[in-house]
Design a protein around this ligand. Sequence first.
Ligand code: SIN
Ligand code: FE2
Length: 218
Amino acid sequence: MTPDLFSDTDTAQPPRIEALGTQAWVLRGFALPWVEGVLAPLREVLKAAPFRRMVTPGGFTMSVALSNCGALGWTTDTHGYRYSPLDPRTGLPWPGLPIVIRELGIAAASAAGFADFDPDACLINRYLPGAKMSLHQDKNERDLEAPVVSVSLGLPAVFQFGGHARGDRPLRVPLLHGDVVVWGGVDRLRYHGVLPLAQGTHAVMGAQRINFTLRKAG
Ligand code: SIN
Ligand code: FE2
């Protein structure tokens, strides 16, 4: 009997691209080759604009700490959610969007079928164990079809990806270091969130999860 050269049972891998919707995808491990190049510029951004916990319009302090880079940064305070060119802590422009982060975002968008992605905003979220993000829609951007490109680093998390109504039962998607989620077009306004982060220590990132999301906001 001749061996079947085309059998892949010995090397079968889980699919590296998973559909969450018509225009929503998880790109497993997509960011892994970029991580080393991304960490140094990310550290520089965070030196200029350190993580801080912001207050929602409802008066709650978010469990996730955030920062931004790019021409526009997402902020919240008791007056509402908005994009601003200035860091409210310093009154200075947010640090520029590092080229390598921009290129990662464009490559992931393109792999998910969104050509010509031109991000101008990068929100950086830090989750320590216990931190979570409640279900919400991203709708402060001008173009509500351009994709959101969301990169996960560090500790694993459970991402919730729901429907167009808050009450729609969300999918539960485990996200690991290097995974990228991209959603846009008809799926752009789907509710999403992150369940409370479990305790742990990641070999590269330590006891935290860093998520950054690239968007065309202005
Ligand atoms: C977000 O919705 O801004 C964050 C999503 C995530 O942390 O994966
Ligand atoms: Fe979001």
